[in-house]
Design a binder for this molecule. Structure first.
Ligand SMILES: [Zn+2]
Length: 299
Protein backbone atom coordinates (compact mmCIF):
# COMPACT_ATOMS: atom_id res chain seq x y z
CA UNK A 1 0.00 0.00 0.00
CA UNK A 2 1.15 3.52 -0.76
CA UNK A 3 2.85 4.89 2.37
CA UNK A 4 1.15 8.28 2.43
CA UNK A 5 -2.29 6.66 2.31
CA UNK A 6 -1.89 5.07 5.73
CA UNK A 7 -2.19 8.27 7.83
CA UNK A 8 -5.20 9.24 5.71
CA UNK A 9 -6.82 5.87 6.33
CA UNK A 10 -6.05 6.13 9.98
CA UNK A 11 -7.69 9.54 10.11
CA UNK A 12 -10.69 8.14 8.26
CA UNK A 13 -11.06 5.35 10.80
CA UNK A 14 -10.78 7.81 13.64
CA UNK A 15 -13.45 10.01 12.12
CA UNK A 16 -15.68 6.96 11.63
CA UNK A 17 -15.17 5.97 15.27
CA UNK A 18 -16.02 9.49 16.48
CA UNK A 19 -19.09 9.54 14.27
CA UNK A 20 -20.26 6.14 15.52
CA UNK A 21 -19.74 7.16 19.13
CA UNK A 22 -21.82 10.28 18.54
CA UNK A 23 -24.55 8.29 16.79
CA UNK A 24 -24.76 5.58 19.47
CA UNK A 25 -27.23 6.35 22.24
CA UNK A 26 -25.45 7.46 25.40
CA UNK A 27 -25.40 4.85 28.13
CA UNK A 28 -28.16 5.84 30.53
CA UNK A 29 -28.43 5.50 34.24
CA UNK A 30 -31.31 6.02 36.64
CA UNK A 31 -31.26 6.51 40.40
CA UNK A 32 -33.19 3.73 42.04
CA UNK A 33 -33.93 3.08 45.72
CA UNK A 34 -32.45 -0.15 47.08
CA UNK A 35 -35.20 -2.73 47.38
CA UNK A 36 -36.16 -3.41 50.99
CA UNK A 37 -36.95 -7.03 50.14
CA UNK A 38 -38.74 -9.21 47.60
CA UNK A 39 -42.22 -10.76 47.37
CA UNK A 40 -44.02 -13.33 45.24
CA UNK A 41 -45.37 -11.35 42.25
CA UNK A 42 -48.90 -12.78 42.42
CA UNK A 43 -51.26 -13.10 45.39
CA UNK A 44 -48.97 -10.62 47.14
CA UNK A 45 -46.96 -10.80 49.19
CA UNK A 46 -46.83 -14.59 49.68
CA UNK A 47 -48.53 -15.97 46.57
CA UNK A 48 -51.86 -16.65 48.30
CA UNK A 49 -54.28 -18.37 45.91
CA UNK A 50 -51.51 -19.38 43.50
CA UNK A 51 -49.17 -22.32 42.97
CA UNK A 52 -46.09 -22.99 40.84
CA UNK A 53 -47.01 -25.19 37.93
CA UNK A 54 -43.40 -25.40 36.64
CA UNK A 55 -40.29 -24.36 38.45
CA UNK A 56 -36.92 -23.03 37.31
CA UNK A 57 -34.84 -25.64 35.51
CA UNK A 58 -31.34 -24.70 34.23
CA UNK A 59 -31.20 -24.96 30.46
CA UNK A 60 -34.88 -25.87 30.27
CA UNK A 61 -37.42 -23.65 31.92
CA UNK A 62 -35.78 -20.39 32.96
CA UNK A 63 -38.39 -19.18 35.42
CA UNK A 64 -41.46 -20.18 37.36
CA UNK A 65 -44.97 -20.55 35.98
CA UNK A 66 -47.45 -19.22 38.52
CA UNK A 67 -51.03 -20.35 38.13
CA UNK A 68 -54.19 -19.59 40.09
CA UNK A 69 -55.39 -22.36 42.40
CA UNK A 70 -58.58 -22.41 40.32
CA UNK A 71 -56.53 -23.77 37.41
CA UNK A 72 -56.96 -23.03 33.72
CA UNK A 73 -57.83 -19.42 33.02
CA UNK A 74 -59.27 -18.72 36.47
CA UNK A 75 -56.40 -16.27 37.03
CA UNK A 76 -56.80 -14.40 33.74
CA UNK A 77 -56.71 -10.66 34.47
CA UNK A 78 -55.45 -11.06 38.03
CA UNK A 79 -52.87 -8.46 39.10
CA UNK A 80 -49.12 -9.01 38.69
CA UNK A 81 -46.94 -7.03 41.11
CA UNK A 82 -43.32 -5.92 41.15
CA UNK A 83 -41.37 -8.40 43.27
CA UNK A 84 -39.33 -5.52 44.68
CA UNK A 85 -38.61 -1.82 44.17
CA UNK A 86 -36.84 -1.01 40.92
CA UNK A 87 -37.02 0.58 37.50
CA UNK A 88 -38.82 -0.73 34.43
CA UNK A 89 -36.22 -1.46 31.74
CA UNK A 90 -38.52 -3.18 29.25
CA UNK A 91 -42.26 -3.03 28.57
CA UNK A 92 -43.35 -4.31 25.19
CA UNK A 93 -45.48 -6.81 23.38
CA UNK A 94 -42.78 -9.23 22.24
CA UNK A 95 -45.38 -11.40 20.47
CA UNK A 96 -44.13 -14.92 19.53
CA UNK A 97 -44.33 -17.21 22.57
CA UNK A 98 -44.11 -14.27 24.94
CA UNK A 99 -46.93 -11.79 24.55
CA UNK A 100 -46.66 -8.73 26.76
CA UNK A 101 -43.46 -8.65 28.78
CA UNK A 102 -42.25 -6.35 31.56
CA UNK A 103 -38.69 -6.42 32.93
CA UNK A 104 -37.87 -4.57 36.17
CA UNK A 105 -34.30 -3.91 37.29
CA UNK A 106 -33.67 -4.07 41.03
CA UNK A 107 -30.74 -2.94 43.14
CA UNK A 108 -30.33 -4.62 46.52
CA UNK A 109 -27.68 -5.37 49.12
CA UNK A 110 -26.26 -8.87 48.77
CA UNK A 111 -24.94 -11.16 51.53
CA UNK A 112 -21.69 -9.19 51.66
CA UNK A 113 -23.43 -5.83 51.91
CA UNK A 114 -22.54 -4.96 48.33
CA UNK A 115 -24.99 -3.48 45.84
CA UNK A 116 -26.14 -6.14 43.38
CA UNK A 117 -28.48 -5.92 40.40
CA UNK A 118 -31.24 -8.34 39.42
CA UNK A 119 -33.73 -8.26 36.55
CA UNK A 120 -37.20 -9.71 37.16
CA UNK A 121 -39.21 -10.66 34.08
CA UNK A 122 -43.00 -10.98 33.88
CA UNK A 123 -44.21 -12.76 30.75
CA UNK A 124 -47.46 -13.61 28.91
CA UNK A 125 -49.18 -10.58 30.44
CA UNK A 126 -52.66 -9.61 29.33
CA UNK A 127 -52.11 -5.93 30.11
CA UNK A 128 -49.01 -3.87 30.84
CA UNK A 129 -49.52 -0.93 33.17
CA UNK A 130 -45.97 0.49 33.35
CA UNK A 131 -43.62 2.19 30.91
CA UNK A 132 -39.89 1.88 30.32
CA UNK A 133 -37.78 3.97 32.78
CA UNK A 134 -40.66 4.17 35.28
CA UNK A 135 -39.70 3.67 38.93
CA UNK A 136 -41.85 1.06 40.65
CA UNK A 137 -42.38 0.26 44.29
CA UNK A 138 -42.31 -3.23 45.78
CA UNK A 139 -45.82 -4.62 45.30
CA UNK A 140 -46.83 -2.04 42.68
CA UNK A 141 -49.06 -3.49 39.97
CA UNK A 142 -47.23 -3.98 36.67
CA UNK A 143 -50.02 -5.57 34.67
CA UNK A 144 -52.36 -8.53 34.63
CA UNK A 145 -52.00 -12.26 34.07
CA UNK A 146 -52.57 -13.26 30.46
CA UNK A 147 -52.31 -16.00 27.88
CA UNK A 148 -49.66 -14.62 25.44
CA UNK A 149 -52.46 -13.84 22.98
CA UNK A 150 -54.27 -17.11 23.54
CA UNK A 151 -51.17 -19.31 23.27
CA UNK A 152 -51.39 -20.80 26.76
CA UNK A 153 -53.85 -21.18 29.58
CA UNK A 154 -53.44 -17.99 31.62
CA UNK A 155 -50.40 -17.97 33.90
CA UNK A 156 -47.47 -15.76 34.86
CA UNK A 157 -44.04 -16.72 33.55
CA UNK A 158 -41.65 -15.19 36.07
CA UNK A 159 -37.84 -15.06 35.79
CA UNK A 160 -35.08 -13.59 37.93
CA UNK A 161 -31.74 -12.85 36.25
CA UNK A 162 -28.34 -12.11 37.74
CA UNK A 163 -27.17 -10.95 34.33
CA UNK A 164 -28.71 -7.66 33.24
CA UNK A 165 -27.58 -8.07 29.62
CA UNK A 166 -29.95 -10.91 28.74
CA UNK A 167 -33.12 -8.99 27.94
CA UNK A 168 -35.12 -10.98 25.40
CA UNK A 169 -32.03 -12.70 23.93
CA UNK A 170 -32.09 -15.71 26.24
CA UNK A 171 -30.51 -18.13 23.77
CA UNK A 172 -27.33 -15.99 23.56
CA UNK A 173 -26.55 -16.60 27.26
CA UNK A 174 -25.86 -19.58 29.46
CA UNK A 175 -29.15 -20.71 30.97
CA UNK A 176 -27.80 -21.95 34.28
CA UNK A 177 -27.34 -20.55 37.76
CA UNK A 178 -24.51 -18.30 36.58
CA UNK A 179 -27.13 -16.08 34.95
CA UNK A 180 -30.41 -16.98 36.66
CA UNK A 181 -31.87 -17.31 40.12
CA UNK A 182 -34.47 -19.86 41.11
CA UNK A 183 -37.18 -17.29 41.99
CA UNK A 184 -38.67 -18.81 45.15
CA UNK A 185 -35.18 -19.50 46.52
CA UNK A 186 -34.11 -15.94 45.80
CA UNK A 187 -37.24 -14.40 47.31
CA UNK A 188 -37.34 -16.76 50.28
CA UNK A 189 -33.86 -15.69 51.32
CA UNK A 190 -34.55 -11.96 50.82
CA UNK A 191 -37.97 -11.10 52.22
CA UNK A 192 -36.55 -8.18 54.21
CA UNK A 193 -33.38 -6.32 53.28
CA UNK A 194 -31.58 -3.25 54.50
CA UNK A 195 -32.38 -0.29 52.26
CA UNK A 196 -32.89 3.44 52.58
CA UNK A 197 -30.34 4.54 49.98
CA UNK A 198 -30.58 5.35 46.29
CA UNK A 199 -28.10 3.87 43.86
CA UNK A 200 -27.30 4.66 40.23
CA UNK A 201 -28.36 1.78 38.00
CA UNK A 202 -27.54 1.33 34.31
CA UNK A 203 -30.46 0.96 31.92
CA UNK A 204 -30.45 0.06 28.21
CA UNK A 205 -28.06 -2.81 28.86
CA UNK A 206 -29.67 -5.03 26.25
CA UNK A 207 -31.18 -4.67 22.79
CA UNK A 208 -34.95 -4.63 22.76
CA UNK A 209 -35.40 -6.88 19.77
CA UNK A 210 -38.65 -7.12 17.86
CA UNK A 211 -41.94 -6.38 19.46
CA UNK A 212 -43.61 -3.01 19.25
CA UNK A 213 -40.86 -0.45 19.67
CA UNK A 214 -43.04 2.60 19.25
CA UNK A 215 -46.44 1.91 20.65
CA UNK A 216 -46.11 0.34 24.05
CA UNK A 217 -49.51 1.46 25.26
CA UNK A 218 -51.36 -1.32 27.03
CA UNK A 219 -53.58 -3.24 24.63
CA UNK A 220 -57.32 -3.03 25.06
CA UNK A 221 -58.18 -5.22 28.01
CA UNK A 222 -59.99 -8.41 27.15
CA UNK A 223 -63.59 -8.35 28.34
CA UNK A 224 -63.92 -10.98 30.99
CA UNK A 225 -67.11 -12.83 31.54
CA UNK A 226 -66.16 -13.69 35.07
CA UNK A 227 -68.94 -15.26 37.09
CA UNK A 228 -70.23 -13.08 39.95
CA UNK A 229 -68.49 -15.10 42.63
CA UNK A 230 -65.31 -14.78 40.59
CA UNK A 231 -63.68 -17.89 41.99
CA UNK A 232 -62.63 -21.21 40.58
CA UNK A 233 -64.62 -20.79 37.40
CA UNK A 234 -63.15 -21.26 33.99
CA UNK A 235 -63.01 -18.21 31.74
CA UNK A 236 -62.90 -18.80 27.99
CA UNK A 237 -59.37 -18.68 26.62
CA UNK A 238 -59.01 -15.59 24.43
CA UNK A 239 -57.36 -16.27 21.09
CA UNK A 240 -55.63 -13.92 18.68
CA UNK A 241 -58.61 -14.03 16.32
CA UNK A 242 -61.95 -13.42 17.92
CA UNK A 243 -63.73 -16.75 18.07
CA UNK A 244 -67.48 -17.03 18.09
CA UNK A 245 -68.70 -18.48 21.37
CA UNK A 246 -69.33 -22.16 20.82
CA UNK A 247 -73.00 -22.55 19.96
CA UNK A 248 -74.70 -25.29 21.92
CA UNK A 249 -74.63 -28.40 19.78
CA UNK A 250 -78.22 -29.46 19.27
CA UNK A 251 -77.27 -33.05 18.54
CA UNK A 252 -75.13 -33.44 21.62
CA UNK A 253 -76.97 -34.94 24.52
CA UNK A 254 -76.83 -32.87 27.72
CA UNK A 255 -75.02 -35.74 29.41
CA UNK A 256 -72.11 -35.52 26.97
CA UNK A 257 -71.65 -31.78 27.31
CA UNK A 258 -68.77 -31.20 29.69
CA UNK A 259 -69.21 -28.64 32.39
CA UNK A 260 -66.46 -26.14 33.05
CA UNK A 261 -65.84 -27.81 36.40
CA UNK A 262 -65.35 -31.20 34.78
CA UNK A 263 -62.96 -29.76 32.25
CA UNK A 264 -61.09 -28.06 35.05
CA UNK A 265 -60.77 -31.31 37.00
CA UNK A 266 -59.60 -33.07 33.88
CA UNK A 267 -57.00 -30.39 33.22
CA UNK A 268 -55.68 -30.67 36.76
CA UNK A 269 -55.43 -34.44 36.36
CA UNK A 270 -53.51 -34.09 33.10
CA UNK A 271 -51.20 -31.53 34.69
CA UNK A 272 -50.48 -33.88 37.60
CA UNK A 273 -49.81 -36.77 35.21
CA UNK A 274 -47.43 -34.68 33.13
CA UNK A 275 -45.78 -32.68 35.90
CA UNK A 276 -42.33 -34.33 35.63
CA UNK A 277 -42.30 -34.07 31.86
CA UNK A 278 -43.35 -30.44 31.91
CA UNK A 279 -40.66 -29.47 34.43
CA UNK A 280 -37.99 -30.45 31.91
CA UNK A 281 -39.69 -28.95 28.90
CA UNK A 282 -38.41 -25.95 26.97
CA UNK A 283 -40.86 -23.09 26.44
CA UNK A 284 -41.05 -23.85 22.72
CA UNK A 285 -42.16 -27.42 23.41
CA UNK A 286 -44.69 -26.24 25.95
CA UNK A 287 -46.64 -24.63 23.09
CA UNK A 288 -47.30 -28.01 21.57
CA UNK A 289 -47.95 -29.52 24.97
CA UNK A 290 -50.61 -26.97 25.79
CA UNK A 291 -52.39 -27.28 22.46
CA UNK A 292 -52.40 -31.08 22.83
CA UNK A 293 -53.89 -30.67 26.31
CA UNK A 294 -56.51 -28.27 24.99
CA UNK A 295 -57.41 -30.67 22.19
CA UNK A 296 -57.73 -33.52 24.64
CA UNK A 297 -60.08 -31.45 26.76
CA UNK A 298 -62.23 -30.39 23.85
CA UNK A 299 -62.85 -34.00 22.83
ZN1 LIG B 1 -42.91 -20.48 31.76
Amino acid sequence: MNAYLIPLLRRGLLLAAVFMAAAAPAAQTIRVPLSDGFDIPVGKPDGAGFYVFRGYYPGGHLGEDWNGNGGGDSDLGDPVYATGAGVVVYSEDYLRGWGNVVIVRHAYLDENGRVALMDSLYGHLDRRMVRKYQLVKRGQQLGTIGTAHGKYAAHLHFEMRKNVNIGMARTAFDQGYSNYFSPRQFIGARRTLRSGANVVVPVDTFQSQGGSEVDDAPPKPIELTRPPDGKNKSVPVPTRDPVKPAAPDRDASPVEAKTAAQREAQLQKLIEENRKKVELMKDEDLDTFWSRLKNKLEK
